[in-house]
Design a protein around this ligand. Structure first.
Ligand code: HEC
Ligand code: HEC
Ligand code: HEC
Ligand code: HEC
Ligand code: HEC
Length: 198
């Protein structure tokens, strides 16, 4: 009896190891390929508190991406414009005849409450991402204009009435681009796990 029991760990060990390997493989494949909630497509963009059209502001008014997303050329997050920045125009051009969506913007300004824009792009907390090195690389090394640099990852926002995610930006996508461009940068660690995960 006892002599048979001693074989149990020898059988269980490999079984547990196999299970661990399979679970890890599923985790990594998921990170590599799928989008957060679906396998195909990026999913519907969330409904925003105010229907803000990029088309009007970028195409018609000609405002630069970096005027509103000010931190994008110098920091990690691109950041959202403060309500004060919207009022820069909407206080004067609209007056009392403001369309309802603009009236909501003014109401936020008057009550001093920020607009809670819903996030469209979101990486998991364990992933490091900074806009600054990417925008710098695309504009300086690749010679793109600022808007074309954004379009590399965010698509044609200029023509989006409602912003949606068009590029997967999953692990496989990030690593492929790092591998393809590593020869163009002095940053030779960009394919290491710890560059994106601490
Ligand atoms: C007048 C200000 C303004 C300008 C100019 C502007 N944006 Fe935005 N952007 C916003 C606001 C407000 C939101 C949040 C509402 C929304 O998603 O539409 C936003 C959202 C976004 C998002 C989605 C953020 C997320 O949650 O993932 C991206 C990407 C984006 N903008 C890129 C751009 C690009 C690229 C340009 C230039 C072509 C640009 N924006 C120009 C104000 C602006
Ligand atoms: C450089 C000037 C400028 C800035 C800055 C600006 N807007 Fe506008 N916005 C305009 C103009 C011009 C229109 C078109 C006005 C019209 O159709 O009567 C417009 C239209 C809009 C509309 C659509 C109104 C409708 O229903 O037709 C919304 C919503 C809006 N802006 C929100 C914002 C928000 C939110 C911000 C800040 C993130 C912002 N705007 C910053 C100039 C600006
Ligand atoms: C290399 C790909 C890449 C490029 C280039 C890029 N972005 Fe992003 N952007 C991302 C990713 C990934 C996220 C999600 C970040 C997160 O969840 O931490 C994001 C998030 C955002 C957001 C919402 C959250 C935030 O960071 O505040 C805005 C707005 C945005 N980007 C605007 C821009 C603009 C404007 C440009 C061009 C100047 C640009 N991005 C260039 C990949 C990129
Ligand atoms: C368009 C190609 C491209 C895409 C897509 C891209 N990267 Fe990068 N990334 C680069 C390049 C090139 C560098 C090196 C920039 C430099 O010269 O410092 C870099 C640098 C980095 C760095 C190091 C930054 C530093 O300060 O050292 C991190 C972290 C990073 N990327 C994360 C990501 C993540 C996460 C994604 C996917 C969501 C992503 N990248 C998508 C091209 C890309
Ligand atoms: C260029 C950036 C980058 C590099 C390098 C990178 N990863 Fe990732 N990794 C990501 C991103 C982005 C995600 C998140 C994907 C998602 O779920 O949206 C991720 C997710 C993961 C996950 C979590 C899976 C999940 O479903 O949550 C694991 C595990 C992982 N990576 C392991 C690794 C290992 C091991 C390496 C080195 C061989 C590595 N990563 C290198 C960007 C990177």
């Amino acid at each position: 009896m006892i002599s048979k029991l001693k074989y149990i760990p020898m059988v269980l060990g490999p079984l547990i190891m196999t299970a661990v390997v399979i679970v890890l493989a599923i985790f990594i494949l998921r990170a590599w390929w799928t989008t957060p909630f679906q396998v195909f497509g990026m999913g519907e963009p969330p409904e925003q508190p105010i229907a803000f059209p990029h088309t009007q502001h970028v195409k018609i008014d000609g405002i630069s991406c970096a005027f509103c997303h000010q931190n994008v050329i110098r920091g990690d997050a691109a950041t959202m414009p403060a309500v004060e920045q919207c009022l820069f125009c909407h206080a004067t051009i609209q007056g009392d005849t403001a369309p309802p969506e603009v009236a909501k913007v003014v109401a936020h300004f008057e009550s001093g409450t920020p607009i809670n824009w819903k996030k469209i792009h979101r990486l998991p907390d364990h992933v490091q991402f900074s806009h600054e090195p990417h925008v710098r690389f695309l504009t300086q090394t690749q010679g793109l204009g600022i808007e074309a640099a954004c379009a590399t990852c965010h698509g044609d926002v200029r023509n989006m009435v409602e912003v949606e995610q068009v590029r997967r930006l999953k692990m496989g996508d990030c690593v492929d681009c790092h591998r393809d461009n590593i020869y163009l940068t002095d940053n030779k660690d960009i394919t290491d796990c710890v560059t994106c995960h601490y």
